[in-house]
Design a protein around this ligand. Structure first.
Ligand code: SF4
Length: 94
C-alpha cells in the first residue's frame, strides 16, 4: 500500500483496510487540530489508488471493510470517487 504522511484510523475502523485516496486535509485550518500541519493536501493519482485496491484484494482477503481516508476523502470529485467505489466492489471477494 502506498501510504503517505499521517494516516488516521478511527477506532470504528480497527479491522478495516485503509485505502488512502487523499494526503493531508483539504481544510487544514482548525485551530485545535495539528494532525496534518505541514502536509500539502493532494488527491492521489487514480493509478496508485487502483494499485492499492488490487493489492488489498490479493493480500487483505480476511478484512471485510474498506475505510477511505485521509482528511476529507469525500472531496474527491464524484466521477473519480465512483470509479474507485466500483473498483472496490469489483475487487471484493463476493
Ligand atoms: S482533519 Fe478535520 S479537524 Fe483537522 S484540520 Fe482537517 S477538518 Fe479540521
Amino acid at each position: 500500500m502506498h501510504y503517505e504522511g499521517n494516516i488516521i484510523r478511527p477506532p470504528s475502523e480497527a479491522n478495516s483496510i485503509l485505502l488512502q485516496v487523499t494526503v493531508g486535509c483539504s481544510r487544514n485550518k482548525c485551530t485545535f487540530c495539528g494532525t496534518y500541519r505541514g502536509e500539502n493536501f493532494k488527491i492521489k493519482p487514480d493509478s496508485v489508488i487502483m494499485e492499492d485496491i488490487a493489492f488489498a484484494a490479493q493480500y487483505c482477503k480476511h478484512q471485510r471493510r474498506v475505510f477511505i481516508c485521509d482528511g476529507d476523502a469525500l472531496i474527491v470529485p464524484q466521477k473519480r470517487l465512483l470509479k474507485i467505489l466500483i473498483e472496490i466492489e469489483n475487487s471484493s471477494p463476493g
